[in-house]
Design a protein. Structure first.
Length: 302
């Protein structure tokens, strides 16, 4: 009697199929790695898809210079363990070479500036497919994406020019200079990711679990980790709280949430109770406008 697949098996199978389609259809793919839980799951899925061979693509980290130290430590340890190629490109170098304006204000995020560095890296290495861990449930602009999402020769995305993807058929045909952003876990939810992490016993950076941290309380009530990039004033309210991170990004725009969850099971229980998306709860730059994410994606942001 054949074993019945549960929903995590089906999601895993779909993601592995997509990764293998990328390997088969493209000449120079790359996996975008941030050190966050979604890209960590992508690496785990790639190990299942391609071992005992090497990955048919390198990992690429676009380093803002505003990273949590736990994330960078985890990145280096993981790459050393799996013995795969890692390319790192720095936003600070792009700011200098292109004479860009660095982030200003109290929370000087470099999140949007990552776009320039990513597009430069795509051009430098002539990547024709960029694999990332975006999911449809993260944000409404993400929900408009296909799994194979074409970008033009300028790296820009047009949400009105999306290809149909019927019967799990993915069209990777592109013109010279274009590239495709590929989202193997697009159909997963945040809860799916955590259930998969639990089942597969995937290790994560400690930042995802409850810990004490000195935080700045923003005007909207969010908790931002105190760090050397934030411009404090004398009246700034500081607190030490037990927090964890639902998503990992630029320290100047990624907020923590209060939490006592020390284990994956406790985090899953928290998620079952929450009604706020992870980006809605923790990413300040997504609150700039209703279309903040979509505007950045049209310019080439992942």
């Amino acid at each position: 009697m054949s074993k019945t697949l549960n929903y995590l098996d089906e999601l895993e199978s779909e993601a592995i199929y997509i990764l293998r389609e990328v390997a088969g259809q493209f000449d120079k793919p790359v996996l975008l790695f941030s050190g966050g839980k979604d890209s960590i799951c992508l690496v785990h899925l790639a190990l299942k898809a391609f071992r005992p061979g090497k990955f048919p693509f390198p990992l690429l980290h676009i380093d803002t210079g505003h990273n949590f130290k736990e994330t960078i430590s985890y990145r280096d340890q993981l790459v050393n363990t799996i013995n795969e190629d890692l390319i790192i490109r720095f936003v600070a170098d792009t700011i200098k070479s292109k004479h860009l304006q660095d982030g200003k204000g109290k929370f000087p995020s470099r999140n949007a500036l990552q776009t320039y560095t990513l597009l430069d890296a795509i051009y430098e290495f002539q990547f024709d497919a960029c694999i990332g861990g975006a999911r449809r449930d993260e944000e409404k602009a993400r929900a408009k994406e296909r799994i194979f999402s074409v970008r033009d020769e300028f790296g820009q995305w047009n949400p009105k020019l999306q290809r149909p993807e019927l019967w799990n058929m993915y069209n990777g045909k592109i013109n010279k200079g274009e590239n495709v952003r590929v989202f193997p876990i697009s159909n997963w939810t945040e809860l799916d990711v955590w259930n998969y992490i639990k089942r597969e016993k995937i290790e994560l950076p400690s930042i995802y679990f409850s810990h004490e941290r000195e935080c700045i309380v923003t005007e909207s009530g969010q908790l931002m980790a105190n760090n050397e990039f934030i411009q404090l004033d004398d009246k700034q309210l500081m607190v030490t709280k037990k927090v964890r991170y639902r998503t990992v990004g630029d320290m100047t725009c990624t907020a923590a949430i209060e939490s006592d969850a020390h284990t994956v099971d406790e985090i899953i229980n928290e998620l079952l109770e929450t009604k706020i998306s992870e980006r809605g709860a923790t990413r300040m730059d997504d609150r700039i406008s209703e279309a903040a994410m979509e505007d950045r994606k049209k310019d080439g942001y992942f």
